[in-house]
Design a protein around this ligand. Structure first.
Ligand SMILES: Cc1cc2nc3c(=O)[nH]c(=O)nc-3n(C[C@H](O)[C@H](O)[C@H](O)COP(=O)(O)OP(=O)(O)OC[C@H]3O[C@@H](n4cnc5c(N)ncnc54)[C@H](O)[C@@H]3O)c2cc1C
Length: 294
């Protein structure tokens, strides 16, 4: 958990706590915070999540996050489950997985429904409401929930893809740029890849932000848009209702490597290679020959 933090601090990174971002003066590249602190910056990288105020102000006016149509429950209970377990039903699915060797199992249970849960990580729900929402399943599918264990429910929100993740002296990273439905478990992974690509490009170009942004946008927009689309498609596949389609999906999942191979392709993405390819094609477009590539 602390790996990234420790590395960041060891490189001389700083964190300013109690700084709620307030506004950005783009012409002077000055960020203001609610505690009245102001900082003049070389560049602003905004990673302020799905409700990003930077996105709202500088990228897309009046385009608030909207309910995806999916709502989810999550909780942790006790079970002897050893591997990840999927249960798929018409219009819903449940994923459970062990999180340690002490029998703790986390589960996420998603339904597609018009009723809109609030978007919150803290909204608690009751075990009976959970069983009501998933009454088509055998209740034994859920790990054993003890009284002290909390159950949470929340609505899953999305925003349409952006044309570009950069604007003058601003760059968006993570959910601020590309929130997605969580059916491939890739939202935080994309935020980490974004941050990695931005950091490596700063290193390669010695913080020439115009160059960094151009390459960053070309690599990251394409990748994240495709994962946004695939995540949405995964939800549709999990929640199929038509019996023929359900039988076809189940056969593919049971008897072929297709789902595993699709996931492998996502996981095998090589951020360094993507950066090298993009830099090479930019050089090439400017008239450098392949021999010029370092
Ligand atoms: C149900 C569910 C399951 C998921 N499962 C997975 C999974 O298995 N794998 C995966 O990779 N991803 C998963 N995700 C997605 C993942 O949680 C997000 O994609 C990820 O947290 C995005 O990271 P972020 O840093 O961009 O934004 P966030 O994590 O939202 O962080 C944004 C930060 O900005 C801060 N902030 C906002 N406004 C201000 C302000 N004005 N001033 C100061 N700070 C501010 C917020 O307090 C917050 O700390 C899941 C999401 C959901 C909803």
């Amino acid at each position: 958990m602390t790996l990234l933090l420790e590395q960041y601090m060891s490189l001389g990174g700083e964190i300013f706590y109690n700084h709620t971002f307030e506004s950005f003066d783009q012409s002077n590249c000055e960020a203001s915070f609610e505690n009245n602190e102001k900082y003049t910056l070389s560049h602003l990288v905004a990673c302020d999540g799905i409700r990003s105020s930077i996105r709202e102000q500088f990228f897309t006016l009046n385009q608030q996050p909207r309910y995806s149509g999916y709502s989810a429950w999550r909780g942790i209970g006790k079970s002897n489950l050893q591997n990840i377990h999927f249960a798929l039903g018409p219009g819903s699915h449940i994923v459970s997985y062990p999180i340690n060797n002490e029998g703790d199992v986390s589960f996420v249970a998603c339904t597609k429904e018009a009723y809109e849960f609030t978007e919150s990580w803290k909204e608690e729900g009751s075990y009976n409401d959970l069983l009501d929402d998933f009454s088509i399943y055998d209740p034994k599918i859920f790990p054993v929930i003890e009284d002290s264990m909390k159950l949470y429910k929340w609505g899953i929100y999305i925003r349409p893809p952006l044309k570009s993740m950069i604007a003058h002296n601003l760059t968006l990273v993570g959910d601020a740029a590309h929130p997605m439905v969580p059916f491939l478990g890739q939202g935080a992974c994309m935020a980490i890849e974004d941050a990695y690509a931005f950091g490596i490009l700063c290193k390669i170009t010695n913080c020439d932000f115009a160059k960094v942004q151009k390459t960053y946008d070309s690599i990251r927009s394409k990748r994240t848009k495709s994962i946004q689309r695939m995540s949405m498609m995964q939800g549709k596949i999990y929640h199929l209702k038509n019996p023929i389609m359900v039988a076809a999906r189940n056969a593919v999942m049971r008897y072929t490597n297709v789902p595993g191979n699709d996931l492998k392709k996502i996981h095998q993405y090589d951020a360094d290679e993507a950066i090298q390819v993009a830099l090479f094609s930019e050089k090439h477009a400017l008239g450098f020959s392949p021999a010029d590539q370092d």
